[in-house]
Design a protein around this ligand. Structure first.
Ligand code: LLP
Length: 426
């Protein structure tokens, strides 16, 4: 039976007489009212993910802040739920800055961490008082106005990620300032007249090992400490990036966030004492941890085909959820309107796109009780789901719905043919 721990631990997902309910809403009703494919987000899950993280850290280190990585899910309604809880934002571009602001996040709690920034964007960020995180030393010279505060993103030369495409540091990673240039970066900023500083590291994504987070804070402080002593600068904040992983596969364990928080803050205090660095803010900027398991993708079976193998065709594909095609990522699939059906077959789940990489899963168990028009639910799609979707093969994008204790609200309309041709000129 497909009832693995990964979805049982998400209390907002329930089996009511064989019908999946998300935050009190029946998936059958959601699909009937809003159509499929449909992204569904549980408001209560977003809130509990945020609170679990904040409580775990603040118990040990009161100056802990969460800056939500807007890129993980940029729906303004999702960002607003987290903003209302008190989250700041990690924004990778100007549009994400605007989304964060629109959600009510104050200017001084938005960190602009663009990569390979356009000069125009750097100026906008400085002129409007956003915190700036630079990942390239050459950009310092392109600042016209002196920013109030400046942070640098470090590439420590090694990285780790939950998949090959999710490693963001090391010699082959395009991100960050290498070890050898870091002191020079702070020196240049000091000479420019910058008075307040931060330091940042983001070396990989979807990590399920607490050891990693302890190691990352040690590494960052061993870089920041000597700089602070040699240049006589005080760091206002230490930003350890996102990276907190979630279990996608039934056999994976959840990250023990209390353990992570205890170990990170112990190590942080030890290093702050060692280098006499006072008590800066500790910033975590997770995307996935906050939103991933709050989202499921509802899709209908469009056809069942017996080729050389058996293929279950769905109305969602790589255009709707790119992660399987891009990273070979696994998303667990539930028989959403027949949760108690027992698998007795093996199939490939595929979408409607004319690419053979348009496949969600290969040789997975399936129940022959399911037929065309039945509903499937793909788990863990709240992060890097809709925001990485496309209109490839002229497919309008899916709709998004927020559910909250039995009430469903449309938070993004399904695209139509008009959206596909909008702005085109013939
Ligand atoms: N901060 C920075 C500077 C980042 O670049 C990212 C993610 C985050 C925070 C949030 O990382 P998280 O907590 O989600 O690990 N598309 C990939 C993930 C790419 C992450 C990019 N940067 C995926 O679907 O798994």
């Amino acid at each position: 039976m497909l009832r693995p721990p990964i979805w049982k631990s998400v209390v907002e997902l329930e089996n009511r007489n064989g019908i999946l309910h998300v935050d009190g809403c029946s998936v059958e009703e959601l699909a009937d009212v809003f159509g499929t494919p449909l992204y569904v987000y549980s408001r209560n899950r977003l809130v509990s993910n945020y609170r679990r993280l904040v409580n775990a850290y603040r118990r040990h280190y009161p100056k802990f802040q969460v800056y939500y990585a807007v890129k993980a899910n940029n729906n303004p309604a999702v960002v607003k739920v987290l903003a209302d809880e008190g989250a700041g934002a990690d924004a990778s571009c100007l549009s994400e800055i605007l989304i964060a602001q629109r959600a009510g996040i104050p200017v001084d709690k938005i960190l602009y961490s663009g990569v390979y920034n356009h000069t125009r964007d750097l100026h906008y960020a400085v002129d409007n008082g956003f915190r700036l995180n630079l990942e390239d030393i050459s950009q310092i010279e392109r600042l016209v106005t002196v920013p109030k505060a400046l942070c640098f993103r470090i590439n420590p030369g090694v990285g780790l990620g939950g998949a090959e495409g999710l490693v963001f540091a090391g010699p082959d990673a395009k991100f960050g300032i290498p070890d050898r240039d870091i002191e020079q970066a702070y020196r240049m900023a000091q000479q420019l007249g910058v008075e307040r500083f931060g330091i940042h590291m983001m070396t990989g994504s979807n990590i399920l090992s607490p050891d990693y987070f302890e190691a990352i804070v040690a590494k960052l402080l061993d870089i920041a400490g000597p700089i602070s002593q040699r240049l006589g600068i005080r760091f206002d904040f230490i930003d350890i990036g996102g990276s907190l992983g979630v279990p996608y596969r039934p056999e994976q364990d959840e990250l023990d966030i209390d353990d992570v928080a205890r170990r990170v803050t112990n190590k942080l205090r030890e290093k702050l004492d060692l280098y006499d660095m006072g008590e800066p803010d500790l910033i975590h900027e997770p995307g996935r941890y906050l939103v991933c398991d709050a989202g499921i993708l509802l899709t209908r079976v469009t056809s069942i085909k017996k080729g050389y193998k058996k293929f279950i065709g769905l109305d969602a594909g790589m255009n709707t959820l790119l992660r399987p095609a891009l990273y070979g990522a696994y998303h667990h699939i539930l028989y959403a309107n027949q949760l108690n059906a027992l698998p007795d077959d093996q199939v490939n789940f595929v979408g409607q796109i004319c690419e053979n990489s348009d496949i969600f899963a290969k040789d997975l168990p399936f129940s022959s009780q399911l037929t065309v028009d039945d509903l499937l639910g793909l788990l863990n799609v709240g992060a890097y789901g809709f925001c990485m979707s496309s209109q490839y093969n002229s497919q309008p994008r899916a709709a998004e719905v927020m559910v909250d204790s039995g009430k469903a609200t449309l938070i993004r309309e399904r695209e139509t043919f008009d959206d596909l041709v909008k702005g085109t000129i013939m």
